[in-house]
Design a protein around this ligand. Structure first.
Ligand code: NAD
Length: 256
């Protein structure tokens, strides 16, 4: 379905970003990966699916590096047809204890980076009259939790940015949508599970159970594969008129 298209997925060396990159690659898209950590492992996993894969190490807190990554993708593959703004970090603390540098980093990586990458990729998408921008927000783009002020602010911000961008492109073939996952068991969430287990002196399994029971009625983690399938749908022609939505996949979290 996506043969001949190129997808740039930020923060795709692990977790949700890698899951989405793999599903887009299964549909035939060329992939440019980005992120820190196990770059070779991520590249090998995508390459095993048979398509072309590349990598750019832009730090998503640095606007000039983000623009350079978009240009590198256009130079290597001829286009950025699908842009998945996924890179993100978390920090959990009360507002009065929240380190200022963590606030700035979360706003930069989880919110402003999507403006910088969209700004750079949009002219090419508009010129070809086809594009898909998928912003990975969160249930925290729709509702809040205590001690996650920066994350909640950034994720609500990216949902708003998605709506504004969708309206600007409403009469073009370029769509902008957000995906709002509930709990997904990735390294980002494993850290929160570990912290809960350590603080309460409980097992890892019990910490996971409690985490889900508090928020996610299905008591199941959403998986990167499921989120990848949703991204594939948003890239399909069936989704041509899905615009400016914040699509939850959260086991019922925001239905409560
Ligand atoms: P993860 O920690 O597994 O992956 C984060 C990715 O972002 C990694 O590839 C990492 O290298 C990259 N990254 C971090 N800082 C970066 C930077 N400055 N520049 C470039 N890359 C950077 O986390 P995840 O859970 O897969 O999270 C992915 C996205 O999904 C995030 O935006 C997160 O907020 C969102 N999300 C996660 C969950 C969840 O439950 N895991 C739920 C809702 C939303």
């Amino acid at each position: 379905m996506l043969k001949g298209k190129t997808a740039l997925v930020t923060g795709s060396t692990s977790g949700i970003g890698l899951g989405i990159a793999l599903q887009l690659a299964r549909q035939g898209a060329h992939i440019m990966l980005n992120g820190f950590g196990d770059v070779d492992g991520a590249k090998a996993a995508v390459a095993a699916l048979g398509g072309r894969v590349s990598f750019h190490g832009a730090d998503m807190s640095k606007p000039a590096e983000i623009e350079a990554m978009v240009r590198a993708c256009e130079a290597e593959f001829g286009a950025v047809d699908i842009l998945v703004n996924n890179a993100g970090i978390q920090h959990v603390a009360k507002i009065e204890d929240f380190p200022v540098d963590r606030w700035d980093a979360i706003i930069a990586i989880n919110l402003s980076s999507a403006f910088h990458s969209t700004r750079a990729a949009l002219p090419g998408m508009k010129a070809r009259n086809w594009g898909r921008v998928i912003n990975i927000a969160s249930t925290h783009g729709l509702v809040a939790s205590a001690e996650k002020s920066a994350y909640v602010a950034a994720k609500h911000g990216i949902v708003g940015f998605t709506k504004a961008a969708a309206l600007e492109c409403a009469t073009t073939g370029v769509t902008h949508n957000a995906i709002c996952p509930g709990w997904v068991l990735t390294p980002l969430v494993q850290k929160q599970v570990d912290a809960r287990a350590a603080a309460a002196g409980i097992s890892n399994d019990e910490a996971k159970r409690q985490l889900l029971a508090e928020k996610q009625p299905s008591l199941q983690f959403t998986t990167p594969e499921q989120l990848g399938e949703l991204a594939v749908f948003l890239c399909s022609s069936a989704a041509d008129n899905v615009r400016g939505q914040a699509w939850a996949m959260d086991g019922g979290w925001t239905a409560q």
